[in-house]
Design a protein around this ligand. Sequence first.
Ligand code: S3P
Length: 171
Amino acid sequence: MKNIILIGFMGVGKGSVAREVIKHSDYMAIDTDDLIESMENRKIKKIFEEEGEAYFRSLEKNVAQWLQNSVQNTLISTGGGFYKQKNLKKIGTVILLDSPFDEIIKRIKKHPNAARKLKKRPLLADLKKAKELYDERRPEYIKLADIVIDVTKKSALECSKELLKKVKKHA
Ligand code: S3P
């Protein structure tokens, strides 16, 4: 089993899909943002506020190197900007969770914890800027992905089943 790396824009549902995949497969899962928060013992939002984005990106780079050297058979969900790591494709099979920007925002807003979900993501604070970031990143996400899953209007469970089917075919 090669690693699976979930990439995609903030709020597209990488964490939720990962949780369903581990319920229905032998994969274990880790999350790059969680690794960074535990290494630093502070939240992503705090790291951005106190150190700036460049510092956060350097932590992502360290995580990417560690993943490549030391992690196997694992489902790795990533922060929305992690795809920029140069060794991404060496870590495992890259799976893009894809959805239009408006659908992603709708999805976040209807979540019971919507306010918290928006607050913890510094790059979602300004929706106009976030849309620009989405437009810039989407072609890059598509280019890197070995597998694309359109998650629009699908439950995390449906997405996880589609993911496992496509991974099997891709192997
Ligand atoms: C970021 C996405 C966030 C987190 C950080 C930066 C980005 O992760 O890594 O706030 O650059 O898109 P999620 O995609 O889990 O929100």
